[in-house]
Design a protein around this ligand. Structure first.
Ligand code: 3H9
Length: 700
């Protein structure tokens, strides 16, 4: 059995300490240990109360996620434990020493009182795994804090800092340190005062008052379309909370929760989301890099380029409490960049998500540097200038002369040759790619690009730094576009070919939106600006790619996208909502005709496959070449960097769910129909189908 619970008597109380490192999930051994500990405490007349706490760095991280979908384990169930706690006539106090998430908070909600250390977050994040709190959380939290706050907490799944939990009434006391002593003192007080136990199931005031709020659930359901489009669990959560509010019988509400939890558990979205949870963590484990690999100690950083990217990266360092210098070869650009950073922080302060003091501290960590020479002592430098290999080479030549020995030299290139850049230095082993996604202070993904000479120390430091900056880091090999941009190249190309062949931008965009992405390729192109690619192509003397013909033709008519209200779509002044435009359709039909296409109708199914299967085929090539280490890494990149819906699990997981034989058959058909080499099936895909295997089987 995994995990255990230590039992000791301290004064008048039994202290149960959960021990299941590193984060104390409720594995079978923990459940049994809690059950045995409670039984022992209840049987001992000398014990007047029970205090439950966690060893290691959490209170309880929730149910053991690896048990979902696996065979049932022996021993006490969580329900057995919670029933003992809730029926106990001796008061039970939770000493929340660290993270109390999911089933962990539900254990605490079965206690009579909760004392938390200030640094401990609590929350019910099950929705992020396609689940709902299935151990009474949907019934007890509304009784404790009211339906509106409970909906906010459970539907978002967001962590709640202990001081906020105190304000909401989720915890009864917050202490700065030694939460166990505080909880023991708390339980002594209850015993001495003869205060009764306090069972949340018996609290009814809040839910009865909520019955007057007719609009609460209608409004919450309407919001789901904005916040959780296409997801199954959130509506089930509302159903459970509604049962908590409108049912006088606590057990009837629990029955609704049990049934809805079962439906979530059986839903494919649950499996996809749990796949992403474990894939994000597996991505951190790099073969050949052990925990013992010595890392560069990063105390200070430097960023070159104060544009959107460089500014965002500097904010990432400041947000993590690391001092960072920023340089731009254009002094006005540097000042502009600093103003943008300040504006970004000010907006967060205005929204109440950051205190003015925290903003001031972060701004103070960001120091402008007039020259590159000022960077000499920094432990890491990240170059974030525009995508021009010659410029990057020039910068790395200078950095080699300036930076102290042992510093990490990283380029934020989104697809250029990291080895060519490293070769300009006398220390290519200290060079790697660190590809942030825009806006860098918001997007969670970081591709760490392994150059041929990058040392384990360099790569380990870049991965660890990513974690410190709050990123999900994925290791990518050094090939054009790395993982993400190489794949999206295939997706965009097919979308552009389809509008030449007869589809319309709105048809393609609508299919991709329905699939779950925030926007389709053409709305996205309008947002980015069609003129960027057009100008770049003109500077290179034009492009022979037929997929560039339509955007070039649109730009020739001054249709640059959202920025001037006309692109693939037209936009009303002040609005970002794309409106289909017959003028752009005329342009598309003209170019298509000039190129000799006979326009044909597309089904939605065909459009989806033409867009998504290039991701799968290129993903398989990346795996075969070793440029991606795992299928799960590719899914992690796509979900965190490209808005692929996490409840579909990423493109490789999606392909497995379709059946790889079906995917391969379609790819072969596209290859035959178009003669386009891009559709040549990846050898790995063919091998997997021949062997009856899946992408997931490669990671197992
Ligand atoms: C639930 O509770 C359902 C109930 O309502 C009802 C049941 C009937 N289980 O993230 P880290 C592993 S659903 C198993 O790197 P951090 C993780 O895989 C659950 N394993 O650390 C990793 O393993 P490895 C609701 C878990 O400090 C290691 O622990 N709870 C679990 O950055 C370290 O994790 C959640 O959704 C788990 N529950 O963050 C919370 N949690 O070292 C999910 C972690 O082999 N967990 N592991 O790669 C988290 O949000 C974060 O892990 C946490 C720690 C904040 C706790």
């Amino acid at each position: 059995m995994k995990g255990t619970v230590h039992y000791e008597v301290r004064g008048q109380s039994a202290l149960l300490s959960i021990d299941n490192p590193p984060v104390n999930p409720l594995s079978s051994g923990v459940r049994q240990g809690l059950f045995d500990g409670m039984t022992q405490a209840l049987a001992d007349d000398a014990v007047k109360a029970v205090v439950i706490t966690g060893l290691n760095r959490a209170f309880i991280a929730g149910a053991d996620i690896s048990e979902f979908g696996a065979a049932a384990t022996a021993g006490a169930s969580l329900n057995d434990v919670l029933n003992l706690m809730e029926n106990s006539e001796k008061p039970v106090v939770a000493a929340i020493n660290g993270t109390a998430f999911g089933g962990g908070l539900e254990v605490a909600l079965c206690c009579d009182y909760r004392v938390a250390v200030r640094s401990a977050p609590v929350g019910l994040p099950e929705v992020k795994l396609g689940l709902l709190p299935g151990a009474g959380g949907t019934q007890r939290l509304p009784r404790l804090i009211g339906a509106e706050a409970a909906i906010g907490a459970i539907v978002s799944g967001s962590p709640i800092a202990a001081p906020d939990a105190l304000k909401l009434g989720i915890v009864d006391q917050v202490v700065d340190e030694d939460v166990v002593s505080a909880a023991l003192a708390f339980s002594d007080q209850i015993i001495d005062s003869g205060s009764p136990t306090r069972k949340i199931r018996n609290l009814t005031d809040k839910v009865i008052a909520d019955r007057e709020r007719q609009d609460l659930f209608v409004q919450a359901a309407a919001n789901l379309d904005q916040t959780h489009r296409g997801q199954f669990a959130p509506a089930q959560i509302l159903k459970c909370i509604e049962a908590a509010v409108y049912s006088d019988d606590f057990d009837a509400g629990m029955a609704v929760e049990r049934s809805c939890f079962g439906e979530c558990l059986a839903h494919p979205q649950r499996e996809a989301l749990i796949h992403i949870f474990f894939a994000e963590r597996a991505a951190n484990k790099i073969p050949g890099l052990s925990k013992e690999t010595p890392l560069i100690d990063i105390q200070s950083a430097a960023v070159i380029g104060a544009g959107t990217m460089g500014g965002g990266i500097a904010m990432c360092f400041a947000n993590a409490g690391i001092s960072v210098q920023i340089h731009d070869n254009d002094p006005e650009g540097l000042q502009r960049g600093l103003k943008v950073i300040e504006g970004n922080y000010a907006r967060t302060v205005a929204k109440g998500r950051l205190s003015q003091q925290a903003m001031d501290e972060r701004m103070a960590l960001i120091q402008p540097a007039a020259t590159l020479e000022a960077f000499g002592d920094a432990d890491v430098v990240i170059e974030a200038v525009y995508e021009n290999l010659d410029l990057k080479k020039e910068i790395f030549t200078k950095l080699d002369a300036i930076m102290k020995p042992g510093a990490l030299l990283a380029t934020n290139t989104s697809g250029l040759d990291v080895d060519a850049i490293a070769a300009c230095t006398s220390r290519p082993e200290f060079v790697c790619g660190m590809h942030f996604f825009s806006p860098a202070n918001v997007m969670r993904l970081l591709e760490v690009v392994r150059g041929e000479a990058s040392s384990p120390q360099t790569l380990g430091t870049a991965m660890a730094l990513g974690k410190r900056l709050g990123k999900v880091s994925v290791m990518a090999g050094n090939c054009p576009g790395f993982i993400g941009n190489r794949m999206i190249g295939g997706y965009s190309r097919q979308a552009n070919l389809m509008i030449l062949e007869g589809a319309t931008p709105e048809q393609v965009d609508s299919v991709i939106y329905q699939f779950g992405l925030a926007m389709g390729p053409f709305a996205m192109a309008d947002m980015v600006g069609l003129d960027l690619g057009w100008r770049a192509r003109k500077m290179q003397g034009g492009s022979n790619e037929i997929t560039a013909r339509i955007p070039d033709a649109l730009c020739e008519l001054d249709r640059y996208g959202q920025k001037n209200g006309l692109g693939y779509y037209r936009y009303e002044a002040g609005s970002r909502a794309p409106i289909p435009d017959p003028v752009s359709l005329e342009v598309i039909e003209r170019v298509s005709g000039d190129l000799g296409y006979k326009r044909k109708a597309f089904s939605d199914d065909e459009i989806l496959k033409r867009c998504i299967y290039p991701l799968v085929n290129i993903g398989a090539q990346l795996l075969d070449e070793g440029h991606a280490l795992r299928a799960g890494d590719i899914d992690t990149v796509y979900v965190n960097g490209y808005g692929f819906p996490s409840h579909i699990g990423g493109p490789m997981w999606f392909a497995d769910a379709q059946g790889l034989d079906q995917v391969l058959a379609d790819i072969r058909r596209f290859h035959e129909e178009t003669g386009d080499d891009a559709w040549k099936p990846a050898p790995l895909l063919e091998r997997l189908v021949a062997e009856g295997k899946s992408f997931a089987s490669l990671d197992a």
